[in-house]
Write a protein that binds this ligand. Structure first.
Ligand code: TPP
Ligand code: MG
Length: 371
């Protein structure tokens, strides 16, 4: 066999022109939900075939986590308005398919997850109990960070969940270091590093991607492109629309993913994890999604219209997934009702736990605190 003709998997992927929408350059095309829906319908048949082959318990857990995340966040908004949660609170409603699709693809024993401040759902999918997350939001001693981290700084060493970071892009450098440690120590683990599209304009994104490709680190960079950085639309802040393509600048594998489709996120992340684990190569996934709520609870949302939000809600990730599960005859309406009831009960238990939990003791004021 000729040595010259052999291409590694990575080289082949690069040669194939990896991004599904890599030809798209105009902002309108990229963010048009109708174009995304047409693309989704094209792959729906193969997706349903995949669903039929998948473990039913895993599919149930994926839907449960999405529904739990949605109901949990709706409850957060409610209790925040009642003054139960203090400080900043960034909700994830509309983006559930990203956290669930990606984090359900990891090996929880050895893989790491690191995220930004919109972190409640990611923390729960990683395994932190909803009770410990809600108690943390309430600032109670039983919270996953003993009530000292709050909404933006959820963390659990036990669950390999490394925060919860408030500095835009800060976790990209830390996550790259975590992947370096995994490689150095030979754990076979992979890091999933999440960040918003606004973080891509920070220097640390470019420095980290350069290093990760140079040192061949086992990391999956997941850019959750929800199209806004606070009140600034991506098109007002970034010269190139296609973030997945920025991977080209570092010779890295990059892919665009439909973030309203949990199966697409699951598949793309699974492939990227395999690339990281088997070939020790990083990837950049640009996962396009949409947040329905304001940037944080204090955002009046004057930079977009209700019509725009409604347009994206037609492709709601929970509705899309239920639709596919029904079509594949895996679950029916009764199953959906049961899953929703289970999630509602869990959220009520989380709130009750947080309400009844004590505040941290005064003696705790200076412990575990770094300034
Ligand atoms: C270094 C830095 N600059 C500015 C801010 C203020 N800030 C907080 S969130 C945010 C927007 C980030 O948007 P994006 O990365 O797209 O994440 P999203 O909120 O959409 O999830 C900004 C500018 C910050 N926290 N850190
Ligand atoms: Mg954003």
């Amino acid at each position: 066999m000729s040595k010259v003709a052999q291409k590694t998997k990575h080289e082949q992927a690069l040669a194939d022109g990896r991004t599904r929408f890599s030809h798209v350059e105009s902002w309108e095309e990229i963010f048009d939900p109708e174009i995304a829906q047409a693309e989704y319908l094209k792959r729906k048949k193969s997706q349903i075939a995949l669903i039929k082959k998948m473990d039913k318990a895993l599919l149930r857990e994926m839907l449960y986590q999405m529904v739990l995340g949605r109901i949990f966040e709706e409850k957060c908004a409610e209790v925040y308005r009642l003054g139960k949660i203090g400080g900043f609170c960034h909700l994830y409603i509309g983006q559930e398919a990203v956290a669930v699709g990606a984090i359900m693809a990891i090996d929880k024993k050895r893989d790491y997850v690191i995220v930004a401040y919109r972190d409640h759902v990611q923390a729960m999918v990683a395994g932190i109990e909803p009770e410990a997350v809600m108690a943390e939001l309430y600032g109670k001693a039983t919270g996953c960070v003993k009530g000292k981290g709050g909404s933006m700084h959820l963390f659990s060493k036990e669950h390999n969940f490394f925060g919860g970071h408030g500095i835009v892009g800060g976790q990209i450098g830390v996550g790259t270091g975590m992947a370096f440690a995994q490689k150095y120590q030979g754990t076979g683990g992979v890091t999933l590093c999440f960040f918003g599209e606004a973080a891509v304009n920070q220097g640390i994104f470019h420095e980290s991607l350069n290093m990760a490709q140079l040192w061949k680190l086992p990391i999956v960079y997941i850019c959750e492109n929800n199209q806004y950085g606070m009140g600034t639309a991506q098109k007002r802040a970034m010269s190139i629309a296609n973030i997945a393509r920025k991977a080209d600048a570092y010779g890295m594998y990059g892919e665009f993913v439909d973030g309203m489709d949990v199966m697409a996120v699951y598949q793309a992340t699974s492939n990227a994890i395999e690339r990281a684990r088997k070939e020790s190569l990083p990837s950049l996934l640009e996962v396009r999604c949409y947040r329905y709520m304001g940037h944080s609870m204090s955002d009046p949302g004057k930079y977009r219209t209700i019509e725009e939000i409604k347009k994206y809600q037609q492709r709601d990730p929970i509705l899309l997934f239920k639709d596919s599960l029904k079509e594949a005859k895996v679950f029916n309406d009764e199953d959906f009702a049961e899953i929703e009831q289970q999630a509602r009960k869990k959220v009520e238990e989380a709130v009750e736990f947080a309400e009844k939990s004590p505040l941290p003791d005064e003696s705790e004021l200076l412990t575990d605190v770094l300034a």
